[in-house]
Design a protein. Structure first.
Length: 251
């Protein structure tokens, strides 16, 4: 699924609408904004409705044709901007991809370059065992969509300890939880239902993921057992939010 198609999904529209609501509702104490992980510039363009100057940053320099958007190449763990350079730093659907050992450094950089506000959006308390893949190049197990981190409100508050929480919202719901036994069985079956369509490479060998081979009878049986066990397990869990969005204000 390409980005244009993804943007048309109802869940994505709901997530976008909530983030725009938070941007619009935050007090405007300036004119500059930084969009981290800009990709196709979807949120960068939306930010121009509220900020005069928007910087769109990604690992590869974005290509966005807009007079109020400056496109730059950069790394969230080493931002080439001065302290307090932006009135708002916007970072949604990025932190879950940052290697765990670099996560605090990335959050410290976001905190450093913001003058007033941070808007952070991430999947909420995601069970990153659900939908994971097996790399058929190196054999390593990968979390779905390259999401190597899971977040609760408390964890986010800890990562941005120099900021106060001004507003929190939760978007959509899911029941995607699993357990150790179901995960083990699915791993043994080769994780046939993983997110192999993802763009993210294997976190172990950096190779693109390829579709799993045809399953043997034994692996089909193990897959079925895993699915049934997970369904039984989910009976005891209430739905939880898909995403958490937080507006942080510098102390």
């Amino acid at each position: 699924m390409d980005l244009k198609q993804y943007r048309q999904r109802d869940l994505e529209k709901e997530r976008t609408a909530d983030l725009v609501r938070l941007i619009n509702g935050s007090p405007k104490n300036g004119t500059t904004a930084l969009d981290i992980g800009a990709r196709d510039g979807h949120f960068s363009v939306l930010l121009t409705e509220f900020y005069d100057d928007v910087t769109a940053l990604d690992l590869e320099k974005p290509t966005i044709a807009h007079e109020n958007i400056k496109c730059v190449q950069g790394n969230i763990t080493d931002l080439q901007h001065s302290d307090c350079a932006f009135d708002l730093v916007f970072c949604a659907e990025v932190l879950e991809h940052i290697p765990t050992n670099l996560l605090q450094k990335a959050c410290t950089e976001l905190s450093r370059v913001s003058r007033n506000y941070l808007i952070i959006g991430v999947p909420y308390n995601q069970d990153i065992r659900v939908g994971r893949t097996t790399c058929y190049t190196c054999g390593g197990k990968n979390p779905p969509w390259g999401h190597v981190n899971s977040f609760t409100r408390k964890r986010l508050e800890t990562l941005f300890a120099s900021y106060d929480v001004e507003q929190v919202s939760f978007v959509a719901q899911n029941c995607e939880r699993t357990n150790v036994i179901s995960t083990f069985l699915m791993d043994f079956a080769g994780n046939p239902f993983g997110t192999y369509e993802q763009e993210e490479q294997c976190i172990h060998c950096d190779q693109l993921l390829i579709d799993p081979p045809a399953r043997t009878i034994i692996k089909k049986v193990l897959t079925r057992a895993s699915v049934l066990l997970q369904r039984l397990h989910n009976v005891f869990y209430k739905p939880q939010p898909n995403w958490i969005h937080i507006v942080f204000k510098k102390q």
